[in-house]
Design a binder for this molecule. Structure first.
Ligand code: KG4
Ligand code: ZN
Length: 362
């Protein structure tokens, strides 16, 4: 079947077409066409996403992007209702003014084409994005798994028994990991989004050239706590206090070292806690998802640590283009949800049965 995916939960406007089928061996998944239009430039002057601006941009661009994706996939926009079988749209969580644009767009198409529409939890899209454009896997080898979901709005450890069966075993008590990168970058004057800015600055660190008079060591919050929760707001405050103590010359000199240490602190906690969860839950795999998993240091640390484990885990990462928000992951999650429904539930997938939900839970 062909699934149209629509994503507008935050600051990325995205449309995608995915082909997917149930097969004897499992599933066949093929990305057909997709566009992700980032609004970073619009929000950068404000140091974060402004919900009403995001909404306005989605409304302006969604239709244009839709037409481009359709042209790329089918050449002509004729008879679309014969070519598309299911509409999958991000229902939440996210910014309500932003979500509403995508959901209303999807509802209009579902009404006009008389096609089923399925609301997707954005987080499930991130959990499953590692399956996109990868070799078809035997799912028995993957699940149960622990997924570390790290984005600008969420930091969660999720036990995935199988697709569709999720249990959040830990989450952040305050800031998300991506938010800590973003706020940290703002403190250091590095701009938005903070993750890539911190990573680039951290790479510039040449320890030999630095005669550090102060000890740059940031805390690793909740590293040894018994649960699987996280807390990143204290880390950001520790960075702020350190930064405020420096004179302008020290600030300039120590900037790469501070970016490096912030990245180390965040990634140390993420890796340790994920490994702990994977061991204690005796899972087969570790899966990463969300914008922060684009971070090279995080990827490397996982790979290094996994090599040293007595107990081997399979390790799955999304392709870089599918780490941040995109509609392909929404189409994929929509497909799996659809495949699991019974006849009665399938009849309920109507345009007037779905509403955007800012705080949608799994
Ligand atoms: O998943 P995503 O696109 O949006 C949300 O659902 O929130 O994630 C965006 C987050 C931002 O906080 C951004 O700073 C972070 O992902 N990010 C990174 C990197 N690229 C994006 N963080 C660390 N290193 C990166 N290379
Ligand atoms: Zn996201």
């Amino acid at each position: 079947m062909v699934i149209l995916g629509i994503e507008t939960s935050c600051d990325e406007t995205s449309i995608a077409l995915l082909k997917a089928e149930k097969t004897k061996a499992g599933f066949f998944i093929e990305s057909v066409a997709s566009i992700v239009a980032s609004q970073i430039k619009i929000h950068a002057p404000y140091g974060g996403v402004v919900p009403m601006l995001a909404s306005r941009e989605h409304a302006k661009n969604l239709d244009i992007i839709f037409k481009k994706v359709i042209r790329e996939a089918f050449g002509s926009p004729k008879n679309l209702k014969l070519k598309i079988d299911l509409i999958a749209v991000t229902q939440g969580p996210g910014l309500i003014p932003a979500l509403l644009v995508g959901v209303n767009f999807a509802k209009t198409l579902a009404w006009a084409w008389k096609k089923p529409i399925i609301g997707v939890n954005h987080l499930e899209g991130h959990f499953l994005s590692f399956l996109l454009e990868q070799k078809t896997e035997n799912f028995h080898k993957i699940f149960p798994a622990i997924c570390l979901l790290v984005s600008g709005g969420h930091t969660q450890l999720v036990y995935i028994e199988k697709i569709g069966n999720y249990q959040v075993i830990g989450e952040t008590r305050d800031d998300a990991a991506g938010e800590c990168f973003d706020k940290g970058a703002r403190i250091l004057g590095l701009g938005y989004p903070g993750g890539p800015a911190i990573a680039t600055k951290a790479q510039k660190l040449k320890i030999k050239n630095l005669k550090l008079k102060i000890n740059i060591r940031l805390p690793r919050p909740m590293l040894d706590s018994r649960d699987y929760d996280f807390s990143f707001s204290g880390l950001k405050t520790a960075l702020l206090y350190l930064w405020q103590k420096l004179n302008p010359e020290e600030k300039k000199k120590l900037l790469p070292a501070l970016a490096f240490e912030l990245q180390e602190a965040i990634t140390d906690v993420l890796v340790e806690k994920t490994l702990k969860a994977a061991k204690n839950y005796s899972v087969k795999s570790i899966i990463l998802g969300g914008g922060v998993t684009a971070n090279q240091k995080l990827r490397e640390k996982f790979q290094e640590k996994l090599k040293k484990q007595n107990q081997p885990f399979n390790f799955y990462l999304p392709l870089l283009k599918y780490t941040t928000d995109n509609a392909m992951m929404i189409a994929l999650a929509g497909f799996f949800n659809y495949s699991s429904l019974g006849l009665k539930q399938l009849q309920n997938l109507k345009w007037n049965k779905i509403e955007a939900e800012a705080n949608l839970r799994l």
